[in-house]
Design a binder for this molecule. Structure first.
Ligand SMILES: [Zn+2]
Length: 327
């Protein structure tokens, strides 16, 4: 089955999900479809003549290499059953409000909060496809702010204790949401070049950051808004929708306690769900996440806590290039 078929075929509701994935075997079968289209191959030489040993590994008839279902993915060496990962992904992706680490820990009965935290962060890191397409057509653009008041949280380089959030939105369609060091023309330019297609037309509030340089060859309609106009027509209505929902999610599910260092990962989760808000059958949102997980590289705990870059447009290092080259 293709990934599109697997997405379409995924259970849409909780009862259907529980019936479909009652045990390890059913979860494994699904992931074998995701990874190899149902026919396991040798990781080393791509040979399809493999046999299964007692430990559930595929042994290659040509080169003797042993391939595991999760090797080379973020699920590699997980000590927990796949069934639990499926459930965690289901809980995280199908709820309109996501789930906090504390709630996931209680729900799954994990001994430590760190386990739940690590799981959620691994999953967040799988949600953005590296090659996703930029927005096009008429694109609303706006900036907003998160936080500033809660004491004791890491704030990093933010404006007056607030994190700057940049939003681009296709009317009725997709969002791109990023944590930015500021809203200067350099930051806006970087954001717009990466998230919108040349030739699109940007609808902004005409803020000072939207200079010719920042707009970078895209069309630009700047509409200065007064309070009265805002009530009648809102040229950035999708951005405003995203920003107010983001704020509610951030305060509600996460109690405003997200450090600057990890904020982008949370924004990626929010964006992923927002982009699929009209999907027919919530279960399919979980399917997309599950397929994303099997396409990503392993993520050691250290890389989740120590080598985080708070902003997406950081200067790439040699190691990043290497990681990209590996896919
Ligand atoms: Zn082989």
């Amino acid at each position: 089955m293709t990934h599109e078929d697997l997405w379409r075929d995924f259970p849409k509701t909780l009862p259907a999900f529980e019936a479909r994935f009652p045990d390890e075997a059913s979860c494994r079968a699904y992931l074998i479809e995701v990874r190899w289209g149902g026919r396991p191959r040798c990781d080393a030489c791509s040979c399809e003549r493999v046999w299964t040993n007692a430990r559930g590994l595929w042994v290659c008839s040509s080169c003797d290499h042993q391939t595991s279902l999760t090797a080379g993915t973020p699920l590699h060496r997980t000590r927990k059953p796949l069934k639990q990962w499926f459930r965690a992904i289901w809980e995280m992706m199908t709820r309109r409000t996501g789930i906090s680490g504390k709630d996931l820990q209680r729900l799954m009965g994990f001994g430590s909060y760190e386990t739940a935290w690590t799981w959620l962060h691994k999953l967040r890191a799988c949600l953005v496809r590296p090659q996703r397409e930029p927005l096009r057509g008429s694109v609303q653009v706006d900036e907003g702010y998160l936080g500033g008041k809660a004491p004791g949280h890491e704030r990093g380089r933010s404006t007056q204790g607030k994190a700057v959030i940049l939003v681009a939105a296709e009317p009725g369609g997709r969002f791109r949401i990023e944590h930015s060091p500021d809203a200067t023309q350099e930051s806006l330019g970087s954001f717009l070049r990466r998230t919108t297609e040349p030739g699109s037309v940007l609808l902004t509030d005409g803020g000072t950051g939207y200079t010719t340089k920042a707009i970078a060859g895209r069309g630009h309609i700047a509409e200065k808004q007064t309070h009265d106009q805002r009530a009648a027509s809102d040229a950035q209505q999708y951005c405003h929708w995203a920003l107010s929902n983001l704020k509610r999610w951030w305060l509600g599910t996460h109690h405003g306690a997200i450090s600057d260092k990890h904020l982008q990962a949370y924004l990626d989760e929010f964006t992923f769900r927002a982009n699929r808000r009209t999907t027919d059958g919530v279960g399919r949102i979980a399917a997309r996440a599950l397929i994303g997980v099997m396409q990503r590289r392993p993520m050691p705990y250290k890389s989740l806590v120590k080598t985080i870059k708070p902003y997406r447009h950081y200067q790439p290092t040699a190691t990043d290039g290497e990681q990209e080259a590996r896919g």
